[in-house]
Design a protein. Structure first.
Length: 113
């Protein structure tokens, strides 16, 4: 009976060893795959954020350019400057205020929603 138990143990050791090696291999491959996936994921997220940032910078530069062009139009316009001066000197002047608002509507369209 003891001989049979020893024989079974001798057969079980290689099987257990093979099982442990397979488990270790599977865990190692899984960890390596996960690290590679994580690295690629972070790189792609970084590329996407960089692309978004570049688009936003472009939009802000375009917005600033448009506002500077608007300012140049108003700054170099003697009629508009006169209206603004008139309104600043007489804040109660409703006609000047309405004319300035009309200039703004013509420049940018009606923005009231």
């Amino acid at each position: 009976m003891k001989a049979v138990a020893k024989e079974e143990r001798r057969v079980a050791y290689p099987l257990v060893l093979i099982f442990v090696l397979l488990v270790a291999g599977i865990v190692t491959v899984g960890c390596l795959y996960y690290r590679n996936y994580e690295r690629r994921f972070h790189a792609e997220a970084g590329r996407q954020l960089s692309a978004i940032a570049e688009l936003k910078v472009g939009e802000l530069a375009q917005y600033r350019k448009e506002r500077m062009e608007d300012a140049a139009i108003f700054f170099n316009n003697a009629a508009f400057s006169g209206l603004v001066r008139r309104l600043l000197e007489h804040p109660e002047d409703d006609e000047a205020q309405q004319q300035i608002q009309e200039w703004d509507r013509q420049m940018h369209g009606d923005r009231s929603v």
